[in-house]
Every structure is written in structure tokens, then in C-alpha cells.
Design a protein around this ligand. Structure first.
Ligand SMILES: *Cc1c(COP(=O)(O)O)cnc(C)c1O
Length: 427
């Protein structure tokens, strides 16, 4: 190992992970050491545009000074009390969150998967106690190709063979229907004991699949008619990523803070947030609902040692203030339109890419090859050489999701890198 002058190379550090870490990821071969805004640097000092943003957790850009200041300041004072005691950050955070998103109450957790688990438990409990569903019979409708995290219950209702294989036995009580299919939802809702419909407003991991414009609005209406809870998992799509504060806002006319434009806004009964709620700094997730639902949870029935800790509370407030102050939703919407326009221009001149799709700055290009091919992976390796980091999702799809603090000029630099990489690429 090259440890002369105490410095390890990328190759050394990759070998270390290979030897000592579990192999549950297959990272691109770049070892990052520093990040600022839309940029990251590897241990050799090479600079890259981050076009993944930690799966949309870093919407506010790397090491945003306001988030880091809030985190460091709180970390010096008080980091963890557990919920056995009150702390002086949680109440103000809860008030801020509920006002910001327009719900009566918030239940704080840490990771996205935990928040999804919380929403499932909340939905079931509400169904038994407020909706007369027979004990242990509640069913939740989910969608094909969903991604809601990696716990045992969540992979129980996934149809990703890799995520499921040899992890059974699985949790029951879920019905899977095709995504973006209102007839299938209507049919499923006719079954007995349906408690909720859990849906991603845009399927991110599935390859940035944007449903029809009226899908969410009509799905919510069907759920409401049936007395079924509409549960939106906005862990990836929320916090300005798709060009509005939340993806359930739709193509609203709001330019900054969410006005819940009644023409486009689809009110979830339960809203799940994570990822960018943390500004990429510290795990924070949350479940929001109104009193009629949230009040079914009583002391001792659900919890988390770290959920609602003072550092998380301060980090999340700073992360959301940045979304408002720096008008990230508006920027995401505007740059997203520009990005897709530019990609469509590039696609016309190549047979390597079939199409681009997405909303705001959550986009993907579809590579003209099979899911089993390594073309998308190799394009990402070439993009890396040219100074831009992205990762394939599902073999032949490359997701493009830069931090939302990107400027138009920076975006056009990225477009030029992508154009150059594609034009030079040889299969
Ligand atoms: C990432 C993600 C999750 C899981 O979040 P973790 O913090 O990785 O547990 C859940 N739902 C969606 C839609 C996601 O994109």
C-alpha cells in the first residue's frame, strides 16, 4: 500500500473498501475527498460536477455553509437527548415543518426507509382504529417497480428480484398494481380491507418514470372516494427536486414557497420525506399527516432513539430555509426545461441515446442498448474522465440529478461535457 507521506491513492482506498467492507454496493471508481456546491474533488485533486447529488439528498449543494454552521453550532451544544426527555430544538423544528408543508403534525425519523415503515404502521393503525378494518387484515396497494427502501417489510412488496432473493420470508398485506394505471387502482380498491395506496409521484429508482399529468390527482380522488389513505413517498422527488416544492404540487404556478395551488396540488393523507430534508449533511426523515391520522399513535407505540434529535432538527430547518431563500424549486424547474431541451438536441445527432425524460432536475437518458449491456456503465466511466459524475440505474438508464444550486452557466458546461462524451464514445 502506498502510504508514503501518509497519503493514500484512490486505488489504495478502493482496495481497502474491497477488503474490509461488505460488498453491498458497486461504486464508480472515484474516491471523493471534498465537496462544495455543485462540485466534488477526488483524492488526487481532480474536480467533478456531481450529477447524482447522493440520489437527490444534496439538493442544496455540498457543504452548504448555512447547513454546516447550523449543524456545528448545535453539535457543540447538545446532540442527543433521546425522546425520553424534551429538547429545545424539536418543538421549533416541528412547528416549522408543519407550517412549511401544511400538515397538523410531523413524526421525525432518520432515514427514508424508516419513514416509509412509519407511514405503513401509521396507515395500518389508522385503518384498524378509524376505518373499521378487521384485525390483521389491512392491505396497502403499492406499484410495480416501486422503490421505497431496503428493510425486510419494504423489500417484501418490491418486485426487484435482486433486492428480494433469499431475504424471505416476507411481510404480507400488500397488493402490487402497475404504475400509472388508474383502472388497475380502481379495480384494486374494490377489494376488502384496503387501507392505503403508497406511491412515488415520480418513480426515481425505476429510471425516472414520470406518470401521466392527471395520474396523481385522479388516484387521490379514487382513494378519497374509497376512504383509503393516499400516501406519497417524496423521499427522492420532494424538496424542490422536480421543479416544485413537492412533486405532488404538480405544474403549479408557485414560483417560490408552496401555495397549494388547488388546480394542481394533490394533498397526500400521509407525506414521506427524507434525503434532501437533510441537505445531504446528516440523516433526517419525516412523516407528515393531519391530527385525525397522526393521533392514532400513542406513547410507546413507535419510536427511534435518534429520531428528532437536536442536530437533525437544526439541520432540517436550515436545509428548508435554503430551499426558500435560494428559490431552488424555481431554479430546478427552469434548468430542468433547459436541460431536457439540450438533451433532445444532442439525441438528434446520435444513435447512442434514445430519449430523455424527467421533471425539474430529476432526469434520465435512455441508452440505446439492452438492460444487461454495460454501455451505460461505460458512458458513466467516460463522463467521469471528462469531469462529471453520474450512475446508471437499471442497466441502460442514466439518471442526471445535479444539486439544485447549479447556475445556468454551470449547467451548460455540464451539457457540453455530456455532448462531448457521447460524441466520442465507442461501444
Ligand atoms: C431513497 C429512497 C428511499 C429510502 O431512503 P433511505 O434513506 O435510503 O432509507 C425511500 N423512498 C424513495 C422514493 C427513495 O428514493
Amino acid at each position: 500500500m502506498n502510504m508514503t507521506n501518509g497519503k493514500m491513492t484512490s486505488a489504495d482506498l478502493i482496495a481497502m473498501e474491497e477488503k474490509h467492507g461488505a460488498h453491498n454496493y458497486h461504486p464508480l471508481e472515484v474516491v471523493l475527498k471534498r465537496g462544495e456546491g455543485v462540485y466534488v474533488w477526488d483524492v488526487e485533486g481532480k474536480q467533478y460536477f456531481d450529477f447524482l447529488s447522493a440520489y437527490s439528498a444534496v439538493n442544496q449543494g455540498h457543504c452548504h455553509p448555512k447547513i454546516i454552521a447550523a449543524m456545528v453550532d448545535q453539535a457543540k451544544r447538545l446532540t442527543l437527548t433521546s425522546r425520553a426527555f424534551y429538547n429545545d430544538s424539536l418543538g421549533p423544528y416541528e412547528q416549522f415543518m408543519t407550517e412549511y408543508f401544511g400538515f397538523d403534525k410531523v413524526l421525525p425519523m432518520n432515514t427514508g426507509a424508516e419513514a416509509v415503515e412509519t407511514a405503513i404502521k401509521l396507515c395500518r393503525k389508522w385503518a384498524y382504529e378509524k376505518n373499521n378494518i378487521a384485525e390483521d387484515q389491512a392491505k396497502i396497494i403499492v406499484c410495480e417497480n416501486n422503490f421505497h427502501g431496503r428493510t425486510t417489510t419494504i423489500v417484501s412488496f418490491s418486485n426487484d428480484a435482486v433486492a428480494r432473493k433469499n431475504f424471505g420470508p416476507f411481510t404480507g398485506g400488500f397488493i402490487r398494481i402497475p404504475y400509472n394505471d388508474l383502472a388497475a387502482l380502481e379495480e384494486a380498491l374494490k377489494q376488502d380491507n384496503i387501507a392505503g395506496f403508497l406511491v412515488e409521484p415520480i418513480q426515481g429508482e425505476a429510471g425516472v418514470f414520470v406518470p401521466d399529468e392527471d395520474y396523481l390527482m385522479k388516484a387521490k380522488a379514487l382513494c378519497a372516494e374509497n376512504g383509503t389513505l393516499f400516501i406519497a413517498d417524496e423521499v427522492q422527488t420532494g424538496i424542490a427536486r422536480t421543479g416544485s416544492l413537492l412533486s405532488v404540487c404538480g405544474d403549479c404556478s408557485c414560483t417560490n414557497t408552496c401555495q397549494k395551488d388547488p388546480k394542481t396540488y394533490v394533498q397526500p393523507d400521509i407525506l414521506i420525506l427524507g434525503k434532501a430534508l437533510s441537505g445531504g449533511a446528516y440523516p433526517v426523515s419525516a412523516v407528515l399527516a393531519d391530527n385525525a391520522i397522526m393521533e392514532v399513535i400513542k406513547p410507546g407505540q413507535h419510536g427511534s432513539t435518534f429520531g428528532g434529535n437536536p442536530v437533525a432538527a437544526k439541520v432540517a430547518v436550515a436545509a428548508l430555509e435554503i430551499v426558500t431563500d435560494e428559490r431552488l424549486a424555481e431554479n430546478s424547474r427552469r434548468l430542468g426545461q433547459l436541460f431536457r431541451k439540450e438533451m433532445n438536441r444532442i439525441i438528434k445527432g446520435t444513435d447512442l441515446v434514445n430519449s430523455v425524460r424527467g421533471k425539474g432536475l430529476l432526469n434520465a437518458i435512455l441508452i440505446n442498448d439492452t438492460e444487461e449491456s454495460d454501455t451505460a456503465w461505460n458512458i458513466c466511466c467516460a463522463l467521469k474522465e471528462n469531469g462529471l459524475l453520474a450512475k446508471p440505474t437499471h442497466g441502460n438508464i442514466i439518471r442526471f440529478a445535479p444539486p439544485l444550486v447549479m447556475t445556468e452557466e454551470e449547467l451548460m458546461e455540464c451539457v457540453a461535457i455530456i455532448e462531448k462524451t457521447i460524441s466520442e464514445f465507442k461501444k
